[in-house]
Design a protein around this ligand. Structure first.
Ligand SMILES: *[C@@H]1O[C@H](CO)[C@@H](O)[C@H](O)[C@H]1NC(C)=O
Ligand SMILES: *[C@@H]1O[C@H](CO)[C@@H](O)[C@H](O)[C@H]1NC(C)=O
Ligand SMILES: *[C@@H]1O[C@H](CO)[C@@H](O)[C@H](O)[C@H]1NC(C)=O
Ligand SMILES: *[C@@H]1O[C@H](CO)[C@@H](O)[C@H](O)[C@H]1NC(C)=O
Length: 346
């Protein structure tokens, strides 16, 4: 029985990660939560059995509602709010979660100081608005920041300065360049997750904290990786740089040969050869590049009882390879491969 099975079509998903970052649970419909408390804003619901929450989502609100004291969880998503005045949160300086997704807020209509007094803010969800720069400075209590789908063109280095509890940042679908985020993430000593996909980066971000575990930079214009980039990130496990401009010249030998990496996505680039990876790597996505040679040395420098590649999924379809490009002794090296996709799927 061959441990190496050659499949022509495979659909691989990152479902485990999707679940890890599924926040659907706290965006519950307010009508499941019972009758409303007394001080609630007219257009909102403040459930008696969850008195610290105010639900104002999907109300066609054009303005911020008044917020009674005692609210810690505020849901304002899916409205038409354009402006946040300086005193908007004056009653609720201990607000924990603030959800402003899918409104029409522009940076020029966020009055200075509006966020200054939110000293206990943990989650700020501000996706799908029209921000050109982030709001802030933000509280040191912040753990999660989402500003997907805005028009952010820069992240000043003071915005997140010293936010030692911040663990995840989502900045996909903005207009960020490498220069405009330089230093933005420095000093975030708890940062595990950063997604900067679908921006205008020419390089991976400089000054990444050593705590980073997942770095997603798909769909940018990245054409090279500094030789020591990964060796400075001792906890990095998931790295995605698909749909970029990486060619062999921009990938120094051994740059991906780090023992912590579990998943590496380099699909939809311009690589001509398979980069060398560490034997601990489990998922390697290289589909749709310009690879014409299957070199086992990329996966195994030596092969022996304890020395073999831990790769489970290897995608090489959409390259210049056929089944016959796979060396006959590949199964000695790729002992754990459950999926190896070689041939083009078109
Ligand atoms: C503060 O709370 C009071 C009492 O509920 C309310 O009348 C007022 O509008 C609130 N202010 C703001 C800025 O939300
Ligand atoms: C950071 O998180 C820790 C642990 O949850 C907490 O005790 C601490 O108060 C937080 N820091 C801030 C500034 O909120
Ligand atoms: C990766 O680096 C190790 C040393 O950390 C080295 O022994 C090994 O040969 C390298 N593997 C590849 C495929 O270059
Ligand atoms: C061979 O495997 C052992 C045990 O996993 C490891 O310590 C060693 O670095 C490996 N050698 C190479 C050249 O990868």
């Amino acid at each position: 029985m061959s441990l190496l099975s050659v499949l022509l079509l495979s659909i691989l998903t990152g479902s485990a990660l999707c679940q890890y970052y599924d926040y659907g649970s706290y965006l519950e419909p307010s009508n499941l939560l019972g009758p409303s408390g007394p001080n609630c804003a007219q257009d909102c619901d403040c459930p008696m059995n969850f008195p610290s929450a105010m639900y104002c989502d999907n109300r066609r609100l054009k303005e911020m509602p008044s917020i009674p004291p005692g609210i810690k969880y505020l849901y304002l998503q899916n409205n038409q709010i354009e402006e946040i005045k300086a005193g908007a949160f004056a009653n609720v300086t201990d607000l924990r979660w603030l959800v402003l997704d899918s409104n029409r807020i522009t940076s020029s209509k966020v009055e200075k100081g509006a966020f200054d007094k939110l000293a206990s803010l943990e989650r700020l969800l501000f996706s799908y608005n029209e921000l050109t720069e982030p709001v802030g400075p933000l509280a040191k209590s912040l753990t999660e920041l989402k500003m997907i789908g805005n028009k952010l063109s820069k992240i000043p280095s003071v915005t997140m300065l010293g936010l030692a509890n911040l663990t995840s940042i989502h900045l996909q679908e903005n207009e960020l360049t490498s220069e405009s985020i330089a230093g933005a993430f420095e000093g975030l000593t708890s940062l595990h997750y950063l997604d900067i996909s679908q921006n205008k980066l020419a390089k991976l971000p400089a000054g990444m904290p050593k705590s980073i575990q997942m770095l997603y930079a798909d769909d940018n214009n990245i054409d090279s990786i500094p030789e020591d980039y990964l060796s400075k990130l001792p906890q990095l496990q998931y790295l995605r740089i698909s749909h970029n401009e990486l060619a062999d010249a921009g990938v120094p030998a051994g740059v991906f040969n780090v023992s912590t990496l579990i998943e590496l996505d380099l699909s939809y680039n311009k690589l001509g050869s398979i980069p060398e990876v560490h034997e601990n790597l489990e998922n390697l996505y290289l589909q749709v590049n310009e690879i014409s040679k299957f070199d086992l040395g990329s996966f195994c420098k030596i092969i022996g009882p304890v020395n073999y590649s831990k790769l489970k999924h290897l995608r090489l379809d959409g390259n210049h390879l056929t089944r016959s490009s796979v060396p006959f002794d590949a199964s000695n090296c790729l002992r754990q491969a459950a999926e190896l996709t070689v041939e083009s799927t078109d």
